[in-house]
Design a protein around this ligand. Structure first.
Ligand code: SF4
Length: 254
């Protein structure tokens, strides 16, 4: 079966209906960023993932910050295996601030990149205690001064804990799916975020990120996305689709 042939080009993987659509050429009026298309994508995401939120287990802004730092290059499931014991052992930001990175390393080792992550978590704790009275700041500029915190982590904490829409979380799922859906042509997370902030209504920024992250876990996975089961399928022209009823666009890919 061609879908299993790794050397097959995307256009060879699509079924008869997809190839027929490709042969007709581009629809002249197609615009990836047309407000109606964006609204339809958002509507379908709402139907598919109503009320979803962050999958990282946490009970405070500090715990969410730590979990988000630990989630880099790891999975939420993996992080959730580590954090309950971690927060039992070190229940406050002050307890983390009293550690050296080396002391924390064994506790976070299984999340990968544990030396850098330990340095970031302990560094962030020390700064929060020394400069922010032990409270995680609810301000983008201040969050970005913490070691190991870039916009993605800051947006997770601001959106999920403080309910402040300051930006759009661009993690690996949002990066991949935004490109597949032609919501951006950029590759740099900050530029992707800027593109998304222009086309997604601000009141949707927080939910949109969560929905796309869930979509990336459930259906629009990195390799062999489950397009045949995807409710966005006829709006999606991704070149790396595994099944299609619409033409494919060669630049629309992860
Ligand atoms: S159709 Fe396929 S590539 Fe497009 S969003 Fe759905 S799962 Fe992802």
């Amino acid at each position: 079966m061609k879908a299993n042939n790794k050397s097959a080009r995307p256009s060879q993987r699509v079924p008869e209906r997809g190839r027929a659509a490709s042969a007709k050429g581009s629809t002249p009026s197609y615009s990836a960023l047309a407000p109606r298309r964006i609204a339809e994508i958002l509507k379908r995401l709402d139907q598919l993932y109503p009320g979803v939120t962050c999958a990282l287990t946490h009970s405070s802004a500090w715990e969410l910050l730590v979990a988000t730092i630990l989630s880099a290059q790891s999975t939420d499931v993996n992080v959730n295996r580590v954090t309950p014991e971690l927060f039992r052992k070190y229940p406050t930001v002050e307890a983390f601030a009293a550690l050296t990175p080396e002391q924390l390393q064994p506790d976070v080792r299984s999340t990968g990149f544990f030396r850098n992550k330990s340095k970031s978590v302990v560094g962030a704790a020390k700064k929060i205690v020394a400069e922010f009275g032990g409270q995680v700041p609810d301000d983008m500029e201040e969050l970005l001064t913490l070691p190991g915190v870039a916009r993605k982590t800051a947006n997770v904490v601001l959106g999920t804990w403080f309910k402040k829409a300051e930006g759009v979380v661009v993690d690996t799922h949002v990066h991949r799916i935004s490109r597949r859906l032609e919501l951006t042509t950029q590759d740099d997370p900050q530029k992707i975020e800027q593109d998304l902030m222009k086309i997604i209504p601000r009141e949707k920024w927080i939910l949109f990120s969560h929905q796309i992250i869930w979509h990336g876990r459930k259906l629009c996975i990195s390799r062999k996305p489950k397009c045949v089961d995807c409710p966005l399928e006829n709006l999606c022209h991704a070149a790396d689709k595994t099944w299609s009823t619409v033409e494919l666009h060669k630049n629309a890919k992860a």
